[in-house]
Ligand binder design. Sequence first.
Ligand SMILES: [Zn+2]
Length: 377
Amino acid sequence: MNHRKPQRAVICLYDGFGYDYYERSQLPAMKSMAAEGMEKRGRAVFPTLTNANTISVCCAAWPSEHGVTTNCYFDEPSGTAKFLEKSDFILVPTIFQRFREVGVRSALLTCKAKTLKLLGEETVVSVAAEEPTPEVVSRYGAPPSMYSAEVNQWLWTIAVDLLKTRPDIGLVYIQTTDYPMHMWGPDETQSLDHMAMLDGLLEEARAAAPDALFLITADHGMNFKTRCLDLRKICASHGIGLRFAVSPVADRLVVHHRGFGGVSYVYLTSERELTAVTKFLRGLVGVEEVLSRREAAERFHLMPERIGDLVVLADRSTVFGDLEAAAEELGPGYRNHGSLYEEEIPLILCGADGILPSSETFVMNFDLTRWLCHTVL
Ligand SMILES: [Zn+2]
């Protein structure tokens, strides 16, 4: 174990910040940090959804190790989909826990309350914009709507304040919401404004903590989608009964994506159906691949008991979810994630004391925190 006081670290997880947003926004502060430190095109964990990636980054581990493969899971006893919000789903210690054990205090700032429920137990400061405490409101004002770009500004203002006023906190983790990316493509004015606002705050954070190491990444990208398929209804209309189909992207905040996503976990009524259902699903327009539980677990490092009998991968423009009809054309401007096409995200590291390892060390978003743990613990 390293007994020297570790360098202060700031983990910036920009939700939905695909590599295309990084390329197409100006981002003078972030890009100068990238030039000074390390930057590369990295990959998100599959499925490309918030929980699997957030937990991977916060545990420095694959989903096969920490167990979180979804935002929403099929609860066998009730036969319904439930939101994954309890910390006991996470099977390995978080970095906040591991840092606390070596005397490093952490702060967790997030937009969504679910992140706090999953990860907030070991931190000395915990803020969720969705459910702020009265103390947070009295110091920083009431947060703007969860369905706004301004909520990210509110959150980052707190981060800058903590970096200025709480040097005793050795690890600050900030996670924005992806609502702006759901609403606007990387070239749209509102997106450019949103990214410029975040970049200005990143610059302030850097100025407030010139001693700190900054790790910057995302949980997934975002793409336009044109059609949604309800796999259960499509199967039923062809005489195939599925036990369940769950969209792992679904969470409580569904105004902007209606709980759809580019991947589906399908549960069969019987093992014997495996071949026939696989063949049928593979024939659907919009389905790119159908993997068995074992194939998907191996290929994507998932925990087999926490995915479906089948894992169905959408093509670039398709999402899956529960609909009134079997299929629906989505309106223009509908953006979402979950598929293999939202894997590319930026990896940026800046301000490290000492020599950086070669950029080959970093492939996945959580390789950043894996390296951080390696240097501190
Ligand atoms: Zn996300």
